[in-house]
Design a protein around this ligand. Sequence first.
Ligand code: G3H
Ligand code: 13P
Ligand code: ZN
Length: 288
Amino acid sequence: MPFVTLREVLQNAQQEGYAVGAFNANNMEIVKAIMEAAVEERSPVILQASQGALRYAGLNYITAMVRAAAEEADVPVVLHLDHGTSFEQTMLCLRYGFSSVMFDGSRYPLEENIARTAKVAEVAHAMGATVEGELGKIGGTEDDISVDEREAFFTDPAEAEQFVRETGIDALAVAIGTAHGPYKGEPVLDFERLAAIKKVVPVPLVLHGASGVPAESIRKAIELGVCKINIDTELRQAFVRGVQRVIREHPDEIDPRKILGPAKEAMKAVVKEKMCLFGCAGRVGKSR
Ligand code: G3H
Ligand code: 13P
Ligand code: ZN
């Protein structure tokens, strides 16, 4: 199937009250793990490429790998840029065939974030692609900041309403207490804030840093309007666990396929589990 946009997969999610998983892809094993899980679980799926992925694999390889996977698949696939940093980069991704881009202008003051994101949205929409914006700062678990400092970066509901209205984006990433990377303790999400944002923002909301967030919090976030959920760290952890297990059990193994194959299976199990939790599993009929 050719790529579909974020709007095409999130519209139904918003109407029916579930979320679509967005998984970070960096190499062939990760792409295959995500796609095999999506096809087996009959789920729409978002594969996204981060700054690190573009540096590691390159835009050409990422696009070609995900396109090959989507062509073989009979479920809707979105190829999405994760945390795009510049107008030029988002345009390049669109030219290569991405069906969706995130422009992350969260480091800029509100007005500048609006202006930069709106410019990306205008061109992306003209090209038939969709755009995710970010308001508030999500940050990383390794950032050396206190809880109070992190709360200062949370998304403000009134600003969110203005941001979405003035940029014309299709989905909004919110800062409500999650962070990228492995959590030290249990993340505490600000559900009141999420509900207040949902009240004034008509587009689907996006939860970043969802690895390690307890299932109960994920369910509640979906109930309160989250329709796209980003997972990267738990895939990395599964990959490394898979590799370590083979090396431990077969220290003389020299065939990379016998090391990476089990790592792929470990990631696939994580993707399947998330698809069931998010409620996107079983949403696509069988084509034959
Ligand atoms: O949003 C961050 C993602 O987890 C990817 O980070 O640039 O290291 O691939 P990365
Ligand atoms: P985690 O690595 O915490 O799962 O976050 C992924 C993410 O938000 C990518 O944009
Ligand atoms: Zn993110």
